[in-house]
Design a protein around this ligand. Structure first.
Ligand code: ZN
Length: 329
């Protein structure tokens, strides 16, 4: 590979059901900040909600398309299954207690490589893991002062993703030869790959289950995994490289907060490569992130129609924080 390497996970996007339940879980239980309250740009009548650290740092961002009333998906081959979130090593007890206090069933902590893993699901059955890894507490990350989870225990960002496939060829050569992933260990059928700097934030765990049926993307499943690239120039180079391989790929899409390209790895998982910038503060101050419905400029002319179709969503109330109500505030 050239010096151009993916820098780890930019964000993971999954499908939620009711958007209020989604906010209640990720803000109220996990203590992430809702940093962007917007719509799915490909389906502007539905929410796209972004949860992250205080300022939406790349690599901390877990996002959801809300499909209230839609069917549940099915975990299977050609799909990313669990999202792992990094927590500091000394916080396992805090988190098991917190999950129990919220009546959320969990398994673990269990060892995996040099980590301890707590496994559970959100309100819409999306598989999640809290992972205490030796380097997980040292991530680039900004504490959200209003979080219901004190900063010392707070989630530091996305640790990695698990991907399920029915066959290992040709996914592994695609990852290693084309995208620059490196094998980083194997344990109990879980093959770990790192990209760029490796470590927490840059793990892809591959589980091969021969003959596994394909998954179906709907509520409670992951829609796509986005990988980081620092700037527009490298982003264009990735687009060119993947296109020249003959892999079907989207055009370069301006998502306003970052640029995106989309393609499927050979096993079927939808990947995105996204630029680190310009970031979530191009249209909101750090203080106001996530407080109101924001639309990219090309959707602003349709604001009233869009707002009329979206259900109300409130931030959960805790620690005396005033809930902000409705999509328009
Ligand atoms: Zn994305």
């Amino acid at each position: 590979m050239s010096e151009r390497t993916l820098q780890g996970i930019h964000h993971v996007t999954a499908i939620a059901g009711d958007p209020q339940e989604n906010v209640d879980f990720y803000v109220g239980v996990l203590g992430l900040r809702l940093v962007k309250r917007t719509v799915n740009q490909d389906d502007p009548g539905t929410y796209h909600l972004f949860y992250a650290d205080a300022i939406g740092s790349p690599g901390t961002d877990l996002t959801f398309f809300a499909w209230p009333g839609a069917q549940h998906g099915r975990e299977g081959a050609g799909q990313a299954s669990a999202v792992a979130l990094a927590i500091p090593t000394a916080t396992l007890g805090y988190w098991t207690e917190r999950l129990a206090d919220h009546n959320i069933a969990f398994e673990g902590p269990r060892p995996r490589f040099d980590e301890e893993v707590i496994a559970f699901s959100d309100f819409h059955e999306q598989a999640l893991e809290l992972v205490a890894a030796p380097d997980g507490g040292s991530r680039q990350w900004r504490a959200w002062a209003d979080s219901p989870v004190p900063a010392e225990f707070a989630i530091r960002g996305i640790h990695g993703v698990t991907i399920n496939e029915a066959i290992e060829d040709p996914t592994i050569p695609f990852l290693t030869r084309e995208l620059g992933f490196r094998p980083a260990g194997e344990m109990a059928g879980r093959r770990r790959f790192g990209v760029g700097p490796g470590g927490s934030g840059a793990w892809l765990d591959l589980i091969i289950t021969p003959g596994a049926p394909r998954g179906r993307v709907a509520v409670g499943t992951i829609h796509h995994v986005a990988w980081r690239t620092p700037d527009g120039e490298q982003h264009r180079q990735w687009w060119q490289q993947i296109r020249e391989m003959g892999v079907p790929i989207s055009e370069i899409i301006d998502r306003f907060w970052f640029r995106s390209i989309y393609f499927r790895e050979p096993g079927g998982v939808l990947f995105e490569v996204a630029t680190d910038g310009p970031g979530f503060m191009v249209d909101e101050s750090a203080e106001d992130l996530g407080a109101r419905l924001v639309l990219p400029p090309w959707l602003e002319p349709h604001r009233s129609e869009i707002e009329g179709r979206l259900p109300r969503v409130e931030l959960p109330q805790f620690a005396g924080r005033r809930a902000r109500v409705g999509p328009t505030m």
